[in-house]
Design a binder for this molecule. Structure first.
Ligand SMILES: O=C(O)CCC(=O)C(=O)O
Ligand SMILES: [Fe+2]
Length: 303
């Protein structure tokens, strides 16, 4: 679901000078959010684009969107001004926050040759997962802003409808996935995402809006018993069967509703060693929390 910015709106947005955001704890302060909202609301066609964005994320069959901010990225460079605009769009969807107390609001995902290739900023296949899978309250949305694509042409983004994949599984697999038999990763110094959930069930038995608490990375990195691992492998296969893939271009802003879609990334192209660090793929990541009890559509209409 790609959302283009009409040129009239693009011109108006490029002309805004949003102030730097103030933080209140780990989120932008309310004064900042209101200022951003007011400024954006005054631009032509903004309301339509904002509504389209929320519909893509929360409407029936929705769950993800790519907002194409490439024109603005070109006009503004990857400057603070551009990042403020992206933050303002994010704040239209839900509440931006950083779960990592010592890190800035936006976290760099660069390319590190020496890292576990299957993890964030590694060079390999980053298998289907949700972010902060082992927290009791994972972020409702994970968002990735593309600064640079892989200059060698790898690193397609992959997405899959988690509930659709679950619906294709056998009852036996679903029953196993509903048991608290799964665990993954560490939980350290995190903020605003509840507590460590260990062991967790992949399916919490609730509605279609419940998280499918899954990461295919646990198949290789966690010790799981045979039956539960097999069920998880079935789900991983169905996710791949239902996947869509696309290349994020500079300025593309991918927003994923983690209650509906799982995400990942194909391997970067071979030969990253030869690419200067400053030319390698670079994404910026930001997490969003939907206000308690409100769908995002309602959230947007309140302002
Ligand atoms: O590199 C990507 O495109 C995705 C990274 C990711 O999913 C993560 O770091 O959690
Ligand atoms: Fe991720």
């Amino acid at each position: 679901m790609f959302i283009d910015i009409p040129s009239e709106l693009e011109t108006a947005l490029a002309g805004l000078s949003l102030p730097p955001w103030e933080l209140d704890g780990s989120s932008p302060a309310q004064t900042t959010v209101e200022r951003y909202r007011t400024e954006l609301a005054a631009t032509p066609q903004f309301k339509e684009i904002s509504a389209a964005l929320r519909h893509a994320l929360t409407g029936e069959d929705g769950g993800h969107a790519v907002l194409r901010l490439g024109g603005l990225a070109k006009a503004l460079g990857s400057s603070d001004r551009f990042l403020r605009l992206a933050t303002a769009f994010a704040a239209e969807v839900a509440v931006p926050f950083s779960p990592f107390p010592r890190w800035p609001l936006w976290k760099d995902i660069g390319v590190k040759i020496d890292k576990d290739p299957g993890k964030s900023s590694g060079i390999g296949y980053n298998a289907f997962h949700m972010d902060l899978v082992n927290a009791t309250l994972p972020p409702d949305y994970t968002t990735l802003l593309c600064v640079r694509s892989d200059p060698l042409g790898g690193g397609l983004s992959i997405l899959s409808d988690a509930h659709a994949a679950v619906a294709r599984l056998s009852e036996d697999s679903r029953a196993l996935l509903s048991e608290p038999a799964y665990h993954y990763g560490t939980f350290f110094d995190l903020h605003g995402v509840g507590e460590e959930y260990k062991p967790f069930p992949v399916l919490d038995g609730s509605t279609s809006e419940g998280f499918v608490r899954f990461t295919a990375k646990m198949l290789e990195r966690s010790r799981l018993d045979h039956a539960h691992a097999d069920a998880a492998r079935d789900l991983a296969k169905e996710l791949v069967r239902g996947q869509v893939s696309f290349m994020l271009q500079p300025g593309d802003y991918l927003i994923v509703n983690q209650r509906r879609f799982l995400h990942g990334r194909e391997a970067l192209h071979n030969g990253q060693e030869a690419v200067p660090v400053g030319d390698r793929r670079l994404l910026l990541q930001l997490f969003l929390r939907a206000p308690a009890g409100a769908s995002s559509a309602e959230f947007g209409q309140r302002y």
